[in-house]
Every structure is written in structure tokens, then in C-alpha cells.
Design a binder for this molecule. Structure first.
Ligand code: CUA
Length: 328
């Protein structure tokens, strides 16, 4: 009936189902309260009409009634609060093992790159039934990545990385909008998300001229820019050895500890003096203006890929085996 006038955008991801359930609950609660109030207005207007009560009756308070109308709404509000908070934390916490896709926004287009190397403009191909995490930045002003069919929206900021994750459940093509006014052609900064069956996605990924994975592009850059002469994989370099660093806590010269995440790697390339690793000197030059946002992302991907063989295994919670212990 609503074919040409849908009440809801398509629900194409788990986040859409979760959010709509909460939204429908809010609609029902507020709808019931509204109906109840209007019914009571009419009932009271008749029951306490002037003609039946020429002399106004004095009404005393009622503790039972007041407790009831305080406790019941309080309970309902708590349900809404807990429900929404759980959804919020779910949406803000990308699951472990999600496939990663890098996004660079600029006036006025979306540039997306898969870890395998495929680049896309204003179009993102993803497999259905997989957790997908977007790592996003802007090379100019603030943009916002908005997929109505997933009920997801995340600002994309210059100078830092923001993330967004989703789990698409229905193959199809869905709108992608920029939801932050970003200049003249903001309204034209649109694209589409193509959710594909896993086999189709693999076929799509293997087709098209891939110029090598992002990590290998990053590795080439790492050599060309001379990073590799200081960040050596032994302990002899003038910079920290980067193998196995990503995702781990790093002890700094001033005693603080930070986690080596995407933002940390980015900052260490652009503003090396901001966080000096304990035991090293502030001698690295800044690469501000030397590397583009895309190059930064491939460097980040390369640092991520530098894992020790032990870390390559999926489960990392088992006790670490000391390196010096060798089997007989
Ligand atoms: Cu980009 Cu609006």
C-alpha cells in the first residue's frame, strides 16, 4: 500500500532493527499516554461539569495515587534509558574481527578503500552478514557519513579518525548521504552502499585493478620516506621497533601510557614530538604536508600489519611464552 510512500526506510542492518524497535516502543508509549490524557479530559469534563457541582468540592491529596503516578513513569523512563544506553554502547563498540574499510571525505566526495587495495568513489561494496568497521577522516571540513537504511550516522572530522560499524543483513543498494553542511555541493555529496552476497563480494573484490593491498602500499611508502632506516625491526634503530606495537599500550617518556591505535599512529607521523616513546629522543621530522590522508591510512594499515607471528593467531588471551624458551 505504501509502495511509493514508505513509512520506513529499508531495514538493511542489525542496527536498523534494534533502533526501530526502540523507536516503535517510544511511539507506542507516547501514543498511549496521549490517548489516555484526551480520554480523561473528556471524562472529567462530563463528570465534573459545572451543572453537577455548582459548589466546587474541596479535594484532599492522596498518597497512594501520587506514589503510583510517580513510580510507574519512573519505571518506564528507566526502561527507555537502559534500552537506549545498551544500543548506544553496542553501536559505539566495533566487534573484534570486523573487516576494516578506510574512508576519506573531501569536498565533495567519499573516497573509500578496502584493505585489499580496491578503491571506490561514492560507492561502497560490502558483503552481507559480516561485521564491517569504517575508519574515517576528512581532508578538509567536517562531513557526516549517513546511511538511513542502517540507521547510522557518524561525523567525519579533519585531523582525527572516527569509526562506524555495521552488520548488513539484506543485499541491495542503499543511500549514502553527507549529513553535515560542508559547502556549495554538500547536497551532491551522495553515494550508495552496495550490500552483496559473500560470493558476489569476493568476485567483485578480485575483479578490477588492485594495486596491491593497503599494507603493501604503506610498506613501499615506509621505505620511500625513509621511515625504515630508523624504525628497524631489530633494537638498533633510532626509533622504536614497530613490530607488534599496534593495539598495545605504549609507555611514554613522560610516564604516561597510551594505546597504539589509529589516531596514535597518525599523530606520531604528523606531530612526532607529541608523544615520545620512553627511551627515545625527539628527533623524528614531521610529515605534515608530506603525506596525504590516503597515504597516512596506508601507513596506518602497514603498521597494523606488522604483527609478530604469535599475534597472527586469533586468540591472544593465552599467557605469553617467553621468547628465550625454545623447544628442545
Ligand atoms: Cu560533506 Cu556535507
Amino acid at each position: 500500500m505504501f509502495g511509493n510512500f514508505p513509512l520506513w526506510p529499508a531495514r538493511a542492518a542489525t542496527s536498523a532493527n534494534n533502533l526501530d524497535a526502540l523507536f516503535i516502543f517510544l511511539l507506542i508509549v507516547t501514543g498511549l499516554v496521549t490517548v489516555m490524557i484526551f480520554i480523561l479530559i473528556v471524562v472529567f469534563a462530563v463528570k465534573y461539569h459545572h451543572s453537577k457541582n455548582p459548589e466546587p468540592t474541596q479535594i484532599e491529596g492522596s498518597v497512594a495515587l501520587e506514589v503510583t503516578w510517580s513510580v510507574i513513569p519512573f519505571g518506564i523512563f528507566l526502561v527507555i534509558f537502559v534500552w537506549a544506553a545498551v544500543l548506544y554502547f553496542q553501536e559505539r563498540t566495533p566487534p573484534k574481527g570486523a573487516m576494516e574499510i578506510y574512508v576519506v571525505a573531501k569536498q565533495w566526495m567519499w573516497k573509500l578503500q578496502h584493505v585489499e587495495g580496491q578503491r571506490e568513489i561514492n560507492e561502497l561494496h560490502v558483503p552481507v552478514n559480516r561485521d564491517v568497521k569504517l575508519i574515517m577522516t576528512s581532508q578538509d571540513v567536517i562531513h557526516s557519513f549517513f546511511i538511513p537504511a542502517f540507521r547510522l550516522k557518524q561525523d567525519v572530522l579533519p585531523g582525527r579518525y572516527t569509526t562506524l560499524w555495521f552488520h548488513a543483513i539484506r543485499p541491495g543498494t542503499y543511500h549514502l548521504f553527507c549529513a553535515e553542511y560542508c559547502g556549495t555541493a554538500h547536497s551532491g555529496m551522495i553515494g550508495q552502499i552496495v550490500v552483496m552476497e559473500p560470493a558476489d563480494y569476493e568476485a567483485w573484490l578480485s575483479g578490477g585493478g588492485a594495486e596491491g593491498s593497503m599494507a603493501s602500499t604503506g610498506q613501499k611508502l615506509f621505505q620511500e620516506l625513509g621511515c625504515s632506516s630508523c624504525h628497524r625491526s631489530d633494537t638498533q634503530g633510532r626509533g622504536p621497533n614497530l613490530v607488534g606495537v599496534f593495539g598495545k599500550p605504549v609507555l611514554l617518556e613522560d610516564g604516561r601510557t597510551v594505546t597504539a591505535d589509529e589516531d596514535y599512529v597518525r599523530e606520531s607521523i604528523l606531530t612526532p614530538g607529541a608523544k615520545i616513546v620512553s627511551g627515545f629522543k625527539n628527533i623524528m621530522p614531521s610529515f605534515q604536508g608530506v603525506v596525504s590522508e590516503e597515504q597516512l591510512l596506508s601507513l596506518v594499515a602497514y603498521v597494523k600489519s606488522m604483527q609478530t607471528p604469535q599475534q597472527m593467531e586469533p586468540v591472544s588471551n593465552r599467557p605469553a611464552v617467553p621468547r628465550s624458551v625454545t623447544k628442545p
